[in-house]
Write a protein that binds this ligand. Structure first.
Ligand code: PDD
Length: 280
């Protein structure tokens, strides 16, 4: 099935082959992407996703193709043309197309694509069951704060997780828990939450940020510090967060059961309410 696709100022569908062979996104992974969720055709946390995309593009010196207003308009047009009400929007901005050389021209016109896609968000049973993680070496580059399309290490780690019958990989870097392959990681200890501080080792998750704010607003302590791998099984609870999974309890890590508790379910409910509020 093809989806509605925006490319460089026009709409088509994903059935059309639109990317040139010499696009630097294809040749070098020279691109930034973004994913947001929409419900009832309304984007969730759109300004936060735009800001992260803009920061990432600036950091690797790709020209930002839209200001925030233009971007919101593209999203509005795309969702108006979309046949379903709930799903995700995928955005990718590459440095553009030019003869394959490591040195790139300074004045390239970026390639910008945006498309919507239906998505099976976790239902109540899945949200209660939680997910299984397996640990994996963090082999990513050192600018994980940029949402770059270079996801080879993430894809290989996730495949390893899948082969082990798990859902997600948890990146460990020299004994430090960073984040999961496509989600942020939180531990709960003594009624407070622990999550990695914002730096070059993790993606600044939009949902991570919402959950930190919700926790603080509800008098739940937040300790932004690197967690050591040896602390994992001392946690009272653990959960991951992402645009597609929301707050999702961690049931096992490397086959070992994690303790379960009420902080995760509380934050899960608060985030769901927060998303609904964003629609009003
Ligand atoms: N992944 N960390 C990594 C490495 C991620 O890829 C993601 C999101 C997150 C969570 O970020 P957010 O809360 O903004 O969704 C953390 C997206 C969903 C993906 O790659 O599809």
């Amino acid at each position: 099935m093809s989806d509605v696709l925006y490319i460089n100022g026009r709409f088509t569908t994903t059935a059309e082959r639109v990317i040139g062979v010499e696009d630097r996104g294809f040749q070098f992974g020279d691109a930034v992407y973004e994913v947001f969720k929409f419900l009832r055709k309304r984007p969730i946390f759109l300004p936060e996703h735009y800001r992260r995309m803009e920061n990432g593009l600036r950091e690797i010196e790709i020209r930002v193709p839209w200001d925030e207003g233009q971007f919101a308009e593209v999203v509005r047009d795309l969702l108006a043309r979309t046949a379903f009400d709930d799903g995700i929007v995928y955005i990718q901005v590459t440095r553009g197309e030019s003869e394959r050389k490591h040195f790139y021209p300074d004045d390239l016109m970026p390639t910008a694509i945006v498309y919507s896609r239906a998505f099976d968000f976790p239902d109540a049973a899945k949200k209660a069951r939680g997910i299984a993680l397996v640990t994996a070496d963090d082999l990513r580059w050192r600018h994980c704060n940029v949402k770059s399309v270079n996801l080879l290490a993430n894809a290989i780690a996730k495949k390893k997780a899948q082969r082990a019958g798990a859902d997600e990989a948890l990146f460990i870097d020299d004994g430090i828990v960073r984040e999961a392959a496509s989600s942020s990681f939180f531990g709960v200890r003594d009624g407070g939450v622990i999550t990695h501080p914002l730096d070059e080792h993790i993606l600044p998750g939009v949902v991570r940020d919402r959950v930190v704010s919700l926790a603080l607003a509800n008098h739940i302590r937040v300790d932004e510090r690197p967690l050591r791998e040896v602390e994992l099984f001392d946690l009272d609870e653990a959960f991951i967060t992402s645009t597609t999974q929301g707050v999702m309890p961690v049931a096992t890590i490397d086959g070992r059961a994690m303790r379960r508790g009420s902080i995760t379910t509380k934050l899960q409910r608060m985030l769901d309410d927060d998303e609904v509020r964003a629609l009003l």
